[in-house]
Design a protein around this ligand. Sequence first.
Ligand SMILES: [Mn+2]
Length: 423
Amino acid sequence: MHPFTFIHAADLHLDSPFKGIGDDAPRVAAALRKANYGVLNRLADLAEDTGAEFLLLAGDVFDWSDRSIKAQLALRDCLKRISDMGKETFMVYGNHDPLAGRASPIHWPDRVRVFGASAPETLLVVRDGYPLCSVTGMSFGTAKESRNLARMFPKADQDLFSIGLLHCSVGTNPAHETYAPCDRQDLIDSGMDYWALGHVHEKDILCTDPFIVYPGNSQGRSFREQGERGCFVVSVDARRSIHLEFVPLDDVRWFSRNVPIDDMETLEALENALMMAIEDMAKGSGGRGIVCRLDITGRGGLSVELRRPGAIETLLDRLRDAFADSDPLVHVRDLSVSCRQDTDRDTRRLAGDFLAEVLVTADAFREKGSEGYAHLREQALSPLFENRRINRLLSGIDHDDAIEDALVAAESLCMDLLEGDGS
Ligand SMILES: [Mn+2]
């Protein structure tokens, strides 16, 4: 057979609202919205540069079933470029953009093939009069697709390189809602050589015999979607061996970084370390914009300074100012403090003073396990939990781990406040 190359992308989520970034950072919101459309340009560039024969889009191309005119026309322009190169695009829809959603009357370019939702359909990619491979696909008709669509796929023709194109949940993934559930064996049994999947936003090669692949989404949208995002360029050689190359398509990247205060004596040292961490993340993004957050960790005397009212807000403002005009975009979304006083807890709890009593009392609850945590919540702290206004802030503190986290934070605060100035 003839060697060939194709591109597998999924979950473009055009028109994603980038929840949480809006009024307070309009420049960032604008950059992120633009980034999603930049993905389309890069996909078309990639189709040109790699000599790929066709493009696969495995669902959730649009973020909303009520597709915007802007998103539809932008996608059309991208696919027109690819079609004009003589290359097909095969597209299925997923739970975010099912066929039943509202679509505008737009004529897809000649070489765009959109799969229907009633049954899987098999199409051939033909070059010079010979079939290069087959693509079998099926779209979601409605958002809540609960059937096992993979099992509806016909057995693949073993004489031809066969690709399955589907938006689905393989096994269980707690990070994603389950749609069109199937298991790995369903996919293997179909006899396909390559399963081009969509839905899971982290890139994942579930199997290499046959290949079962999620490319992940093409542009990170929040701190839950950090690091590089893009698509796979898949090369198939004359012996049907498959080689995958990941190619980033994203324009703005999300990063988190811890900055430890250990051994730091001055605020300048901390500010420098924060700046360096940001610059390092920006460098690591390969010339893309970044949205980042920093958590100040570790142990040291500076932790007392950082807990003074306004300290963190001031540092955050200064960091944001320092990068305000950077191009590409550098936005410090959040700065938090998890560091603690440099106190030897075991020695400290024997000191016989008020702080020691705090630590001993905390340990007494802790040592009783679930019973102790329940006592803390239901009796010792019941006035807080029964206060209507405060209770709203405590809603997540309803199980042992959360109570332990709160206890650690409270101890830490007491250590900072009660040992604050070292006197
Ligand atoms: Mn998705």
